[in-house]
Design a protein. Structure first.
Length: 405
């Protein structure tokens, strides 16, 4: 481990995950573009917190790239294993880790089966899942909202879309938590292998029979004579499963926590449920589910606003920081479900804009509307300081959310 002096901004500290905005607000005052060094590796990491700069980075896919393999070998090997590894190449081979033209091709193929019409057709099933989960909560008066509601709803939706058996959904949660949050390489390797073996079986089944789900569509997707190879299929399923539930879990969990902390806004939404669309957008802005997007790298040495970013340096534009920029949002630290306009960047921007954004919005709108209508007196059932947050700079969310209702 590289020995580091204490950082000016404790951005990597576990305690910061509970309120990263406090650190980003401090950073914005003096160092809106700030270079830290990774606590484990010592690699330079550039944080951007101003809206203008975050948008510039997200849109600049020429100089700030996703695929570390495009860097000189001696730089790339600081970040990735350059030796062939079928399991890890599969887990990390999805389109969030690719640049054009690979990213363009992969995204176009996914769009063929992830259309707005296909998403809208899920509305009745999402409503049914929400009602069933709320029925299961009836009469208990206390619950962990994440375990009881905000996790099982989106994992059920995306699992059904991909044809994953119901008995395997808890296993997918376990694999996801390990691969996203566990520092144990052996545990990570085991989870990755188990995931790959299981999804391989699903793909083989879809090759034999078209079951009408998204996985069948991906297996058969073609565009201008192109299709997904086996590794790309495995990687795409991993991405869709993780992104298809983890983001929505935390959008709803963080959103409900924020409502409970802002009783006047909660009451407004109870009395005027037609504000739900605007409320979901404000939840995304105020306390969104993604702190920073997946890593970017400087393809070449870049000078930006007087800062020299060297080839291979890591780039982390803070989505949470950008969404509290007072130059763009009036009273940015105030939660206002009637905010308009609300040009947040919670789903990113540019070529890597979240392909699942319409599904996340639909799930959150339905699930939160039904939850608030069924249990309007919901309240936090622990001290705010007792909430345990995930330790990732990527995913911003809690491990549990105890409530009374």
């Amino acid at each position: 481990m590289t020995t580091q002096t204490p950082l000016k901004y404790p951005v990597f500290d576990l305690k910061t995950r509970a309120n990263p905005q406090a650190v980003y607000n401090q950073m914005r005052e003096s160092d809106p573009i700030w270079c830290a060094h990774g606590p484990e590796t010592g690699n330079p990491i550039w944080f951007f917190v101003d809206y203008e700069d975050v948008v510039a980075v997200l849109k600049d896919d020429k100089r700030f790239i996703k695929d570390a393999r495009r860097l000189p070998r001696e730089i790339a090997q600081r970040y990735i294993n350059l030796d062939p590894d079928p399991v890890w190449d599969t887990i990390n081979g999805h389109m969030l880790m690719r640049d054009a033209p690979d990213h363009t091709r992969l995204r176009r193929l996914v769009h063929k089966v992830f259309t707005p019409r296909a998403i809208q057709a899920l509305l009745p099933r999402i409503e049914e899942i929400a009602d069933n989960l709320l029925d299961q909560m009836a009469g208990q008066h206390t619950a962990d909202l994440i375990n009881a509601y905000t996790f099982p709803l989106p994992i059920t939706v995306i699992a059904e879309m991909l044809g994953v058996e119901s008995e395997k959904r808890d296993k997918f949660r376990e694999w996801t938590n390990i691969l996203l949050f566990s520092p144990d390489p052996t545990q990570n390797q085991t989870a990755a292998m188990e995931f790959v073996m299981y999804v391989n079986q699903l793909i083989e089944q879809r090759e034999q029979e078209d079951t009408g789900d998204i996985l069948s569509g991906l297996v058969r997707a073609e565009e201008e004579g192109d299709s997904l190879n086996r590794q790309e299929l495995l990687s795409m399923v991993f991405l869709l499963l993780v992104a298809g539930h983890e983001t929505t879990v935390n959008l709803m969990g963080n959103g409900m926590l924020t409502l409970m902390q802002n009783p006047q806004q909660f009451e407004l939404l109870r009395q005027q449920p037609e504000w739900i669309d605007s409320a979901v957008e404000e939840m995304l802005r105020f306390n969104g589910p993604v702190e920073t997007p997946t890593m970017r790298f400087a393809l070449e040495t870049v000078e930006y606003k007087g800062h020299v970013i060297k080839q291979g340096d890591l780039i982390l534009p803070s989505l949470l920081g950008a969404n509290r920029d007072p130059k763009v949002f009036e009273h940015p630290n105030t939660f206002d479900i009637t905010r308009d306009p609300n040009p947040h960047v919670a789903f990113g921007m540019g070529v890597h804009y979240c392909v699942g954004a319409p599904l996340a919005r639909l799930e959150a709108k339905i699930a939160l509307s039904k939850l608030i209508a069924r249990y309007p007196n919901m309240a936090l059932n622990t001290a705010i300081d007792n909430l345990e947050w995930n330790g990732s700079l990527l995913i911003h969310g809690m491990k549990s959310l105890p409530i009374t209702y």
